[in-house]
Design a protein around this ligand. Structure first.
Ligand SMILES: *[C@@H]1O[C@H](CO)[C@@H](O)[C@H](O)[C@H]1NC(C)=O
Length: 181
């Protein structure tokens, strides 16, 4: 009986510790969070989470509830070695009349906004876990997230190469042959 309990405990612990693809990632409510101590713009942080996270493609952090928001702010203090400032989460909008959308495509459900709402990119305060809006050129630490059971996949990155520098192809595409079903 005691052995059975012990085995059960070991299997539970095993599940908890094997949840994330990187030992440094923090598991909260079934999702894994990676704290990245590098100051980037919102767009660059988002790109990093999508394409440069070495363990898996991920989103800029999805924060679905108060518990997660509080946990992130609290852990950010040690991860970013500061008691102050804000870190990007994956929440943004196109402009002040557009809805806030999470990087994973979810609409804003749970909301934890503080007083600063004028801009379009949300960062969470390390001090009180509230979200405030910042601009596209602000650079901040950030957090990525992924579901280890179903990590995201992304198509090739969309590049911002000015059209004038894109070489114009003069090649005629080959005529398709064969039967297409
Ligand atoms: C905000 O963005 C929406 C959707 O992209 C667009 O239709 C609308 O014209 C924009 N509004 C302003 C005030 O820029």
């Amino acid at each position: 009986m005691a052995l059975k309990k012990l085995l059960h405990l070991v299997s539970l612990v095993g599940v908890v510790f094997s949840a994330c693809f990187d030992n440094g990632d923090k598991e909260i409510g079934g999702s894994c969070y990676k704290f990245v101590p590098q100051k980037l713009t919102f767009a660059d942080a988002q790109y990093w989470c999508h394409y440069k996270n070495p363990v898996t493609a991920s989103y800029l952090a999805y924060v679905p509830n108060q518990f997660t928001s509080n946990f992130l702010a609290s852990y950010a203090r040690s991860a970013f070695e500061t008691d102050d400032g804000n870190f990007w989460i994956g929440l943004s909008r196109k402009n002040s009349s557009s809805p806030w959308i999470w990087d994973n495509g979810q609409l804003l459900g749970f909301s934890n906004f503080g007083g600063q709402l004028g801009q379009n990119f949300a960062a969470e305060s390390i001090v009180n876990a509230k979200w405030n809006a910042f601009g596209s050129t602000d650079q901040k630490f950030f957090v990525c997230s992924y579901d280890p059971q179903a990590p995201p996949t992304f198509g090739p990155p969309v590049t911002d190469v000015p059209l004038s520098t894109v070489p114009v192809s003069t090649e005629v595409p080959p005529t398709p042959t064969g039967i297409f079903l």
